[in-house]
Design a protein around this ligand. Sequence first.
Ligand code: ZN
Length: 75
Amino acid sequence: MMISETIKLSVSLKNTRALIIFNPKDRSYRVVDCSKKSFCRIYISKNCPPYCEIIVAVKDFALKRRIPKAEVVEL
Ligand SMILES: [Zn+2]
């Protein structure tokens, strides 16, 4: 049985709140919910683009690249 490598992250930035599932191993992510999803056109791509500030903050947090601009909490 495979052990899931994903982490569930709650992200808040300014007026945006999001719930993201992130896999540090392959850096893939899935946006479960985001209050700014219409801005990111989630209804078309089903996910946020890599340059979305929520995704950037998730990667900063999970990959320990730098201090994230958003508040990121591992659930
Ligand atoms: Zn986004």
